[in-house]
Design a protein around this ligand. Sequence first.
Ligand code: CUA
Length: 226
Amino acid sequence: MATWSNFNLQNSNSPLMEQIIFFHDHTLIILIMITILVGYLMLSLFFNKFINRFLLEEQMIELIWTILPAITLIFIALPSLRLLYLLDDINNPLITIKSIGHQWYWSYEYSDLKNISFDSYMIPSNELNLNNFRLLEVDNRIILPIKTQIRIMITSSDVIHSWTIPSLGVKMDANPGRLNQTNFFINRPGLYYGQCSEICGANHSFMPIVIESILMKNFIEWINNY
Ligand code: CUA
């Protein structure tokens, strides 16, 4: 979860988010190198007195400063494509859950596991406990096992919402009349907070998502006792 003054990506809790952070850092390094080079070039242009009265055709330098940026872009494009395909790979999930966006709450279905289904509403500020997070806590959390490949099917019953959990690297739009799928794998036991990230109406800010990840044996116990 993001805490005060955190301007970076949140720490990863899944292998995919780790890959996203690696790609972000890699691209940022290339961006810094370009900025420094272009900055130096522009400054040195302003502060010298070189003049070339016969500057008409300079094929060689034009060739170089066209090809060099193209090669630089390849160093971003290829890892980007790798990441894109990694994110879309479903990897034989053990559990499939379904999430439905509503104005303004999420509902969940465990269709393969005793057909468990429930709504998940934000807890209003005046009902919070002292250890709760304002605008992020829900009344019914999604319970999931750690170290398990999970598929989530996402759809909506009214307008477009977006099911987003930053520390797991999951972000998928919930469209009415369409069933999207994405997947994730939780590394650790804990609570993972997310929010709707598609402007979906007056209470868009008030439909958070909370996953509670637990050991598989406790998950089975939870299912059996539901
Ligand atoms: Cu649902 Cu924004």
